[in-house]
Design a protein around this ligand. Structure first.
Ligand code: FAD
Length: 506
């Protein structure tokens, strides 16, 4: 017998996870807690990806996410609480009394209060003729949520789990099956006819799905529009970066490993099966299963040969496209810039026609209203961002790039003066991020926020789960079911960890 044939290739780990976004870390911690030997490889210096942080001159800025779902204490949809608890971790959180303060065209001003009835009363006071429709629409959202919140959220690709859940919660399962192919806009239009109120529902969806209601899956809408009143929005003390830091601490306590500055350049295939990874520095590691937390575009076009892209991925790329990235301003401001009673999160739009255009909708987050320790005394953080396409920032000389950043930042600050008079004069620190920054630091193709349907689809039916067409390779994170957002990618992480564990016989 030939020596090579009998030499068994050394397998270093049970599972390698490429990337330490929240999706990757939840998968890794779930598997480590079940006894798997796990290695996480992260290209950046710290974990978290879009849920990371950076520090400048006494300010601790969240890179992206700051409106955090999933930290509730009840039910089953509190996935961040659960993911941390699975590896013996806990984070102190600060409840946010208002999810969003909307500043919309034609003077449409309102707050989404944590208290459901208070929110409904405020909305009904503006649209009294739609009182019934408003209740019926949001109550349908609760129906979706109550179904989800009745069951353990694990892999929908695992038949034995599906059978168990079905026998335990038959009505909840049938409810979800009914809503899975539906979009929020179709349901809203069933009950509501006022065009201005329908535009408001569009914005309610757009501000997290970056799609109007007609293209936003009802399952996601049900989660967001109900959980904000159930578990509520809760900010992690010490900043959003704490979530990833604590997950890593838990991962290591459970025996898992993480390496930073470890950029995977290639997924290694043997006989069509994923068997390992190669790093940019030439090192190779092998494992029984490979999980990619990079976006699907990065996974199938950069880490694998694009010319061998599986047909299922090609079909997915036709159904889903990259959403824009963001122009982000991380501002340190004097405390007096904020009027009394300012809320933590704001959405600003002056013209409905521009809701979906580049630099149309403005998102604002002021986490220091909840956790003052993130800024020097007497100061606040204002993190504001607005959609922006990578191609608008390409082909510029370094000087042109800097000038374009300055101009875009000044324009955004000028628009925000409408809600924060004196903002420009009260600036203490400013850092501008563009789609190029998002691409570079988050490793996301075109700096995209994530996939969005390229045409109207049947709810969430087209979103892939964690297994891929390549044996041994799984995807996790916002380009898998159920999409963007920290609690959503935590769901994807639970599902991926579950599926891989079953495949490994754990
Ligand atoms: C500006 C902004 C604001 C947001 N606001 C909110 C919010 O308020 N609430 C909310 O819930 N969500 C929000 N989101 C969305 C949320 O942050 C994301 O959906 C979520 O964090 C994505 O997590 P993920 O696990 O899919 O991947 P990512 O966060 O993208 O993490 C992927 C990780 O993989 C690493 N990686 C990639 N390729 C490689 C490679 N080849 N080798 C090694 N490592 C690699 C990356 O460095 C990164 O750390 C926001 C996002 C942005 C950008």
């Amino acid at each position: 017998m030939n020596a090579i044939a009998i030499t068994k290739t050394k397998v270093d780990y049970d599972v390698i996870v490429i990337g330490s976004g929240i999706g990757g870390l939840v998968t890794a911690t779930q598997l480590a807690a079940k006894g798997a030997k796990v290695l996480v490889l992260e290209r950046y210096l710290i974990p978290g990806g879009s849920a990371g942080y950076f520090e400048r001159e006494g300010y601790r800025f969240d890179v992206g996410a700051s409106m955090i779902f999933g930290f509730g204490t009840e039910g089953t949809t509190n996935l961040l609480t659960r993911a941390l608890a699975a590896v013996g971790m806990k984070i102190e959180t600060i409840p946010d009394p208002v999810q969003i303060h909307y500043h919309l065209p034609d003077g449409l001003e309102l707050k989404v209060h944590r208290h459901y009835e208070k929110f409904l009363q405020e909305l009904i006071a503006i649209f009294p003729h739609e009182a019934k429709g408003i209740r019926r629409f949001y109550d349908q959202c609760w129906q979706v949520f109550n179904c989800l919140n009745a069951m353990d959220l694990l892999s929908l690709e695992e038949p034995r789990y599906l059978m168990r859940v079905f026998f335990q919660h038959p009505f909840a399962c049938l409810g979800l099956v009914k809503y899975l192919p539906q979009n929020a806009g179709d349901i809203a239009r069933r009950y509501i006819s006022d065009p201005r109120l329908l535009k408001f529902i569009d914005m309610e969806c757009y501000c997290w799905s970056v799609m109007p209601a007609s293209h936003t899956p009802m399952i996601n809408a049900g989660m967001v529009f109900s959980d904000r009143h159930y578990g509520g929005i809760n900010y992690p003390k010490g900043g959003v970066g704490q979530i990833a830091q604590k997950l890593v601490e838990g991962l290591e306590k459970a025996g898992g490993e993480i390496q930073y500055k470890a950029r995977v350049s290639k997924i290694l295939l043997e006989n069509g099966k994923a068997v390992g990874v190669k790093l940019a520095n030439g090192k190779e590691y092998r494992a029984h299963r490979i999980v990619s937390n990079a976006t699907r575009w990065d996974t199938f076009e950069k880490l694998l040969p694009p010319e061998q892209m599986p047909a299922s991925e090609k079909r997915w790329q036709q159904r889903y496209q990259k959403s824009p990235s963001f122009l982000s301003l991380h501002l340190g401001v004097k405390a007096e810039v904020l009027p009394p009673q300012t809320e933590c999160h704001h959405i600003v739009l002056e013209d409905w026609e521009k809701m979906e255009t580049a630099e149309g909708t403005i998102f604002v987050s002021i986490p220091t209203l909840l956790d003052p320790s993130l800024a020097p005394e007497g100061h606040h953080i204002i993190h504001t961002f607005t959609p922006s396409w990578l191609e608008d920032w390409q082909g510029l000389s370094p000087q042109e790039y800097e000038e374009k950043k300055e101009t875009a930042a000044a324009k955004l600050i000028h628009r925000l003066e409408a809600i924060f008079p004196g903002l420009a004069a009260g600036l203490d620190y400013q850092e501008v991020g563009t789609p190029r920054t998002h691409r570079r630091f988050l490793g996301r193709d075109d700096g995209t926020y994530g996939p969005v349907p390229s045409r109207k689809l049947a709810g969430l039916l087209g979103m892939p789960f964690n297994r891929t067409a390549i044996d041994g390779l799984y995807c996790v994170g916002d380009s898998t079911f159920p999409g963007q957002g920290l609690n959503a990618v935590a769901f994807s992480g639970f599902a991926c960890g579950h599926r891989v564990a079953v495949d490994l016989g754990l």
